[in-house]
Design a protein around this ligand. Structure first.
Ligand SMILES: [Fe+2]
Ligand SMILES: [Fe+2]
Length: 140
C-alpha cells in the first residue's frame, strides 16, 4: 500500500499541532533538535544535547512569560514540569560529559519523546486555549 498524502511536517506529528503558529514552530524545533540528538554519534551527542537544551530553555521561558502575562492559573504546575525536565536533562548531561554515559543520554532522548507528547497534549494545549481566549500577544 502506498500513501500519497503529503505530510504537514516531517518532524512534528499532526496530533501535536496546537494551531498556534508560534507554539507549533517552537515545538517543531524541539522535535528537530531531539531527533538530531537521537541520531548523533557518541562524539556528537553532547553538542546535540546542548543545542536541544539551549532551545528548550528559551522555549520554556517564553511559555512561562505568556502564562505570567495572562495570570494563567495552572502556570506554576506547568512551569514546575519545565524545571523538572531541565533539571533531569542537566544531570544526564553531566553523566555524559564526566562519566561517558552515552547510554543515559540516549535514554533521556527516548524518554523526552514521550514526555513531550504528553506535555503538549495537556499543559501546552491548555495554555494555547487560554492564550486564544485572552488574546495575549505572543511576540515577547
Ligand atoms: Fe511547549
Ligand atoms: Fe510547556
Amino acid at each position: 500500500m502506498t500513501s500519497s498524502t503529503p505530510r504537514r511536517s516531517p518532524t512534528l506529528a499532526p496530533d501535536l499541532r496546537l494551531g498556534d503558529p508560534t507554539t507549533d514552530t517552537m515545538h517543531e524545533e524541539f522535535v528537530v533538535l531531539l531527533e538530531a540528538a537521537a541520531s548523533a554519534t557518541d562524539e556528537a551527542l553532547l553538542a546535540a544535547l546542548d543545542a536541544w537544551a539551549a532551545h528548550t530553555k528559551q522555549h520554556f521561558a517564553l511559555e512561562e512569560a505568556w502564562m505570567e502575562q495572562m495570570d494563567f492559573g495552572p502556570r506554576h504546575c506547568h512551569a514546575g514540569q519545565h524545571r523538572h525536565v531541565l533539571r533531569v536533562a542537566g544531570e544526564v548531561r553531566r553523566q555524559v560529559a564526566e562519566e561517558g554515559r552515552f547510554d543515559m543520554g540516549r535514554q533521556l532522548v527516548s524518554e523526552l519523546r514521550e514526555w513531550f507528547a504528553w506535555h503538549v497534549r495537556t499543559m501546552d494545549s491548555l495554555m494555547v486555549e487560554s492564550l486564544r481566549a485572552c488574546g495575549v500577544a505572543q511576540a515577547v
